[in-house]
Design a protein around this ligand. Structure first.
Ligand SMILES: Cc1ncc(COP(=O)(O)O)c(C=O)c1O
Length: 363
């Protein structure tokens, strides 16, 4: 079910064929996501106008729906793949190997060999062990050194797990040279849902320092990958990012700039519709919370709704809950994990009943 409506956030259901809607929600009780292709295309056009120097390599892990991948391929993006499965999926859709970056710093040997056999050469690393693996499995790879950056202003932090510390980059490059490997550039990921534009500026400056170290060691770097972390709602950081790129990697430097946006494309493009399949009133919580009624609704979806989605999906859930007369309600996924809850608070009116819950966002 694909919609042609351009603003999926303001009117979630008007774009869905009513018969499908009734079938899925009331008869089959199955949750589903609605993909708005217009939104996807608009997001891409916005990217081109706000970050004209940066070619996006869509992070397939974020949402690998075939229509999304086909559309982005037709629009000319590249793809960030994190596994053999993702590489195989995008290749099967006709994506050229040179439009893929294997952006996982810790890869199984068999996946590296697969990438090699398919002509996927661009891949990231952040330690010596990975360099030795690549030299055995894909000696002609074009390696990108992922550095750890200050991700303290991001909702999902990644640099404690991935990325080489700046003080280790010289040693890593020497190791690559000893192994006869080609390193072509630097990547970083600022962390997802970054809230401080200056974090990007500092990370770009850090990447510049690694370029300078590499030059001293005889490398000719030609690629900067500024990762993901971009909000799907707007582009508040484009001015700072463009300014930092122009300062540290001016156009004349000839350095190719790419990024790995995931949520940027997927978040507003998808809307989840799920059925509320059960409910209960929690009496003991009422005094504690100081509200008239607390309800729990069990919605028919099995994924975790991340906390940060509340910032942009609260309106759809709240308006639904208000319609139903909810007071303070937690929505729970049907899996056994208690982490999968989602609380909204609306004015008390009538008792809760079952119905349909829509949550914007697709990650
Ligand atoms: C290596 C890499 N690239 C890109 C992404 C996509 O990040 P975002 O959704 O914040 O754009 C991720 C997310 O975890 C990642 O790990």
């Amino acid at each position: 079910m694909y919609s042609s409506q351009s603003d999926s956030r303001t009117s979630h259901f008007s774009c869905i064929d009513l018969h499908y809607f009734l079938l899925f929600i009331y008869i089959l009780e199955e949750p589903f996501q609605v993909l708005n292709l217009d939104t996807l295309i608009q997001m891409h056009l916005k990217w081109l106008s706000y970050l004209p120097r940066v070619k996006p390599f869509y992070a397939v892990k974020c949402n690998s729906t075939e229509t999304v991948l086909r559309t982005l391929n037709a629009l000319g993006t590249g793809f960030d793949c994190a596994s053999k499965g993702e590489i195989s999926q995008v290749l099967s859709l006709g994506v050229k190997p040179e439009n893929i970056i294997y952006a996982h710093t810790t890869k199984p040997q068999s996946h590296i060999k697969y990438a090699c056999a398919q002509g996927v050469n661009l891949m990231t690393f952040d330690d010596e062990e990975e360099l030795r693996k690549v030299s055995r499995c894909h000696p002609k790879a074009k390696l990108v050194l992922r550095i750890a950056v200050d991700d303290s202003s991001s909702f999902y932090r990644l640099s404690s797990k991935f990325g080489a510390g700046l003080s280790t980059t010289g040693r890593l490059l020497e190791c690559a040279a000893e192994l006869g490997l080609e390193v072509v550039g630097v990547s970083f990921h600022i962390g997802s849902k970054c809230s401080q534009s200056l974090a990007f500026r500092q990370a770009i400056a850090d990447a510049r320092s690694v370029f300078d170290t590499a030059k001293l060691l005889g490398f000719q770097f030609s690629l900067l990958d500024i990762g993901g972390g971009f909000s799907g709602k707007d582009f508040p950081f484009s001015e700072v990012i463009n300014g930092a790129l122009d300062e540290y990697f001016p156009f004349e430097s000839g350095v190719q700039i790419i990024a790995e946006p995931g949520r940027y494309y997927a978040e507003t493009t998808f809307t989840l519709a799920a059925n509320v399949i059960a409910k209960r009133v929690i009496m003991e919580d009422m005094r504690k919370e100081g509200v008239d009624t607390i309800s729990q609704a069990y919605a028919g979806f099995s994924l975790q709704i991340p906390d940060d989605m509340a910032t942009h999906s609260i309106s759809s859930v709240t308006s639904w809950a208000a319609l139903r007369g909810f007071c303070a309600t937690s929505f729970w996924a049907t899996s056994c994990m208690s982490a999968q809850s989602y609380r909204v608070t609306v004015a008390p009116q009538a008792p809760m009943s079952s119905g349909v819950l829509s949550v914007a966002g697709g990650v």
